[in-house]
Design a binder for this molecule. Structure first.
Ligand code: FAD
Length: 345
């Protein structure tokens, strides 16, 4: 039995981890973890790790709790330990929910993408990085041939799991040679999942900024341009001593309106928002970076039963089936792995 998994995000890797050695994972980027993403930068005082997608990992779901705390290495894992507070559009800052703040907020010393690396190392499957799947072709014998975007055939597989964001999955299905009725049904089901965009801005300082009683601030009335602001230097091992790093993730409306904005103008404007919110001059950052997340988190979900089971041997997993969180993507991956195991002789 040959199984292909498309996408080495947490949904695809969790599925591959549970399915084992029959699996080949294809991933278009250079690394593991998808939107559980970390970038690193060489700075004069040392290496800086920045989680510029998912900010931390929660083990409130059994699937991720078991994986992270029991099955994978915990050597690099640490609880941020400090609370998330809230703010509104008037910039009134309040203490956050004590219940939620009591739960651990996990990151790894080299960032949340470590979870993807650990899954890939512990799993017994093969991974092929820098391969973007462009098309599937259903053959007369029921197998699927996979092609990259150059049209090169990558082998035949009995089962294929598509574990990429719904919008990209819909494009892949549209480009594929599949029976027309099922193809339209899959595209329609995938289009139900609508993602928001997010501009994620990193601001680096070669100095210590003022200490605060919170690790992050979340905008609760959703009326501020900023949706989320966090201190990477509060995460163990991320930022060399004496330096500070702020991650500012912009709200849906702001992100959409500023999607094509000039980089320098964008970081300057965001630094001014951050300064105003925190009441400290933070416009004098030493370096900055921008990530434009086209598929950040789903606002609406798709229905698994309208995707899994529509075409024999073709499976779907991802946060758009459960909710835009890493632990929910892991749940989706585990449950589809169980369904694939049941379906194969
Ligand atoms: C800005 C931001 C903040 C977030 N904050 C949090 C948070 O604090 N806590 C939390 O739990 N979650 C958070 N999330 C959500 C979380 O990151 C996602 O829900 C989760 O990582 C989704 O995992 P996935 O496996 O479903 O998809 P992805 O992580 O998107 O994985 C899909 C993978 O498929 C690859 N791929 C795509 N197309 C192809 C192709 N054609 N061929 C091969 N490979 C392909 C992609 O490169 C990617 O690696 C955040 C997300 C963003 C963007």
């Amino acid at each position: 039995m040959r199984i292909a998994v498309i996408g080495a995000g947490i949904a695809g890797l969790t599925a591959a981890y549970h399915l084992g050695e029959a699996v080949v994972v294809f991933e278009k980027s250079r690394g593991f973890g998808g939107r559980a993403a970390t970038r690193w930068y060489e700075r004069p005082s040392g290496r800086v790790y920045v989680d510029h997608g998912a900010q931390y990992l929660k083990t409130e779901s059994e699937v991720l709790r078991r994986l992270m705390l029991q099955e994978l290495s915990t050597a690099d894992l640490s609880d941020i330990g400090r609370p998330v507070w809230t703010f509104d559009a008037e910039h009134v800052i309040r203490e956050g929910d004590p219940g939620q703040n009591a739960e651990p907020k996990w990151s790894y010393q080299r960032g949340v993408s470590t979870l993807g690396k650990l899954l890939a190392e512990a799993g017994r499957f093969e991974v092929r990085l820098r391969v973007r799947i462009g098309k599937l072709q259903l053959r007369a014998d029921g197998c699927f041939t996979l092609y990259d975007t150059e049209g090169t055939a990558l082998g035949d597989y009995d089962q294929v799991l598509i574990a990429i964001p719904a919008g990209q999955a819909a494009d892949l299905i549209a480009a594929s040679d599949l029976p027309q009725v099922e193809k339209v049904a899959l595209q329609t089901a995938l289009q139900a999942a609508v993602y928001r965009r997010c501009l994620s801005i990193t601001l680096g300082y070669e100095r210590e900024i003022a200490p605060r009683p919170f690790y992050a601030l979340v905008n609760t009335d959703k009326r501020d341009p900023l949706a989320w602001l966090a201190f990477e230097h509060d995460k163990i091992g991320h930022v060399p001593h004496g330096n500070s790093v702020i991650v500012a993730q912009m709200g849906e409306v702001y992100s959409l309106e500023h999607w094509d904005a000039d980089d320098q103008a964008l970081v300057n404007e965001v630094a001014a928002y951050v300064s105003s919110l925190l009441g400290e001059r933070l416009t004098d950052f030493d370096w900055a970076d921008i990530q434009r997340w086209r598929y950040s988190q789903p606002n609406t979900l798709a229905e698994s039963s309208q995707l899994n089971g529509v075409l024999r041997g073709l499976w779907f997993a991802g946060d758009y089936l459960r909710g835009g969180r890493v632990h929910l993507a892991a749940e989706s991956g585990e449950s589809v792995a169980a369904a694939i195991r049941q379906a194969i002789p």
